[in-house]
Design a protein around this ligand. Structure first.
Ligand code: DO4
Ligand code: MG
Length: 298
């Protein structure tokens, strides 16, 4: 089962589900479940799987996914962020390619990426709050003081109770690489800004993802209607387990249900394909779907 959020004119935010390979989105919103975060919290409170809670909800309406998969427009039903996460955290240098390219391109602190790739302690960083996240087909941003901002296509997971993973989504960890490379102490500014984190289009619950360590991840950058970059990786290439990453995240750190963790990029986009206004970034992950976002400069 996949869970998602969408907007309907005159009704506002709706909670949706999709089952099997069907394109149908059923509206399961109720007075107690007004967001996917409510659904996660209800499942924790009642100690019941999300699927069982959903089964007891009345289906209020039906939409086709394609109809909802449009740019946000207040006059039309459209997809929203699949969750308003209390926090989004990021993992860094979890793929060899990321360590190699980052070390090659930095002059300020050679070797730091190779160190963290091999060290016991992973790199974890605060990435975003909901107000900094962009949903499907919404703009991701290049900050006004960056000339080299890149897409980072990543598999992300959503936490339920404590360290439990309830499902998976796609994240674009949009990053100002020029600011990151100037000095490692600038990392928060390279990572956190308005429109720095795209999530969606859905959360695929655990039942939907047989093996999260064997998912094909692809990314395309489209400029003026043509694909100018295309890359892929399999999540089997990740160095760390998700349990290991969550363990470090939760160490002496209060983490709320719905917190979303993005697991690092294994597709390093060459500098020549730094984002430009009006580019469109498409990231596809098996079992989850395709997250597409246009780009604008702040
Ligand atoms: O330290 C830099 C950030 C690493 C990152 O975002 C990634 O590997 O995906
Ligand atoms: Mg990243």
């Amino acid at each position: 089962m996949k869970i998602l959020q969408f907007y309907v004119p005159d009704e506002g935010l709706r909670v949706g589900i999709m089952e099997g390979n069907s394109d149908e989105v059923f509206d399961i919103t109720s007075s107690g479940i007004q967001s996917t975060l409510d659904l996660i919290k209800r499942s924790i409170l009642l100690k019941m799987p999300i699927e069982s809670i959903v089964k007891s909800q009345e289906k209020k309406g039906k939409f086709s996914y394609n109809e909802l998969n449009i740019m946000p427009d207040k006059t039309k039903p459209h997809l929203l962020l699949p969750i308003y996460p209390p926090e989004v955290w990021g993992c860094g240098v979890t793929y060899k390619r990321s360590a190699e390219m980052r070390d090659d391109d930095t002059t300020s602190a050679k070797g730091i990426y190779d160190y963290v790739y091999s060290a016991t302690r992973p790199e974890l960083f605060f990435k975003a709050t909901s107000s900094r996240c962009s949903g499907p087909n919404d703009y991701i941003c290049i900050r006004s003081d960056s000339v080299l901002t890149a897409a980072e296509p990543e598999l992300a997971y959503v936490l339920g109770d404590g360290k439990e993973i309830i499902g998976y989504t796609i994240c674009n960890d949009v990053s100002a690489w020029d600011i990151e490379r100037e000095n490692p102490l600038y990392l928060p500014q390279s990572k956190i800004f308005y429109g720095c984190c795209a999530l969606g289009p859905v959360i695929s619950l655990n039942s939907e993802i047989k093996n999260p360590y064997n998912l094909n991840i692809t990314c395309k950058i489209i400029r003026n209607g043509s694909v100018i970059f295309s890359g892929e990786v399999n999540s089997s290439k990740i160095k760390r387990t998700f349990d290991e990453l969550t363990d470090f995240l939760c160490r002496d750190n209060p983490i709320l249900p719905g917190t979303t963790m993005t697991t690092g990029t294994g597709i390093m986009i060459p500098n020549d394909y730094a984002l430009e206004p009006n580019d469109v970034v498409e990231i596809e992950i098996e079992g989850i779907g395709k997250l597409s976002n246009p780009v604008k400069k702040l």
